[in-house]
Design a protein around this ligand. Structure first.
Ligand code: B4P
Length: 182
C-alpha cells in the first residue's frame, strides 16, 4: 500500500512522474490539474469557473479543491494513490490531514521534485498548453513561491519529505524515485 504526494513547482514533472509511478505500482493517479482540465472541456460549472483562474495561473479556491480530492481519495485503489498537484496551499495540507483521519488513511510520503525556474520556464514554453504563456508561467511561479512552497515546510516538520532532483532523463528520475520508496 502506497500513499504518495508528488510535490514541486509548476512544470517540474509532477504529472509526468506520477503517471509512470501509478502505472508501475498500480496506484490511483489523482491529478487535480487533470480533474480541472476535464471539467473545463466538459463545460461544467466548475470548469467555467476554473478556466478563468487557470488561464492566468492563479489557484482554484481551497474549499473546491478539498472536496474534489476527498471524493477521489474515497474511491482510490486498494494499492494506494499518488496525489499530483495537491496540496498547493497550507490550508489544503491541513484539510488533507483531516481527510486522511476521516478515511482512516495512514502515513503519506511526500516526493519533492526539484528544478530551477529557468528549466521549468523552458519546458512549459515548449509544451505550450493554454496556461503555458510566458506571462502565465511567471505568475504561476510567483504563486508557487508565495502559497505553495510553505507546504514543503509543513511536511518537512513531519519528517516525511524525500527530495528528488527532477532534471535529466525521465526514466532515470523515475528509477530514483522508486528506489526512495523501497
Ligand atoms: P497542474 O496540472 O498540476 O500542472 P503543472 O504544475 O503545470 O505541471 P507538472 O509539474 O505536473 O508538470 P508536467 O509533468 O506536466 O496545474 C495546472 C493548474 O491547475 C494550476 O496552475 C492551477 O491553476 C490549477 N490547480 C491544479 N491543482 C490545484 C490545486 N490543488 N489548488 C488550486 N489550483 C490547482 O511537466 C511539464 C512539462 O515538462 C511537460 O511537457 C513534460 O513533458 C516535461 N518534462 C517532464 N519531465 C521532464 C524532464 N525530466 N526533462 C525534460 N522535460 C520534462
Amino acid at each position: 500500500m502506497y500513499q504518495l504526494i508528488v510535490f514541486g513547482p509548476p512544470g517540474v514533472g509532477k504529472g509526468t512522474q506520477a503517471e509512470l509511478i501509478a502505472k508501475k505500482l498500480g496506484l490511483s493517479h489523482i491529478s487535480t490539474g487533470e480533474i480541472l482540465r476535464k471539467a473545463v472541456s466538459d463545460g461544467t460549472e466548475l470548469g467555467i469557473k476554473a478556466k478563468a483562474i487557470m488561464d492566468i495561473g492563479n489557484l482554484v479556491p481551497d474549499e473546491i479543491m478539498n472536496g474534489i480530492v476527498k471524493e477521489a481519495l474515497a474511491g482510490s485503489s486498494e494499492n494506494g494513490f499518488i496525489l499530483d498537484g495537491y496540496p498547493r496551499t497550507v490550508e489544503q495540507a491541513r484539510a488533507l490531514t483531516y481527510t486522511f483521519s476521516e478515511l482512516n488513511m495512514g502515513e503519506v510520503t511526500v516526493i519533492n521534485l526539484i528544478a530551477d525556474d529557468e528549466e521549468i520556464t523552458q519546458r512549459l514554453l515548449k509544451r505550450g498548453r493554454t496556461d503555458d504563456t510566458r506571462e502565465t508561467i511567471a505568475n504561476r511561479l510567483k504563486v508557487y513561491y508565495k502559497s505553495t512552497e510553505p507546504v514543503k515546510q509543513f511536511y518537512t516538520e513531519l519528517g516525511i519529505v524525500k527530495d528528488i532532483y527532477g532534471v535529466g532523463d525521465v526514466d532515470e528520475i523515475s528509477k530514483l524515485l522508486l528506489e526512495e520508496l523501497h
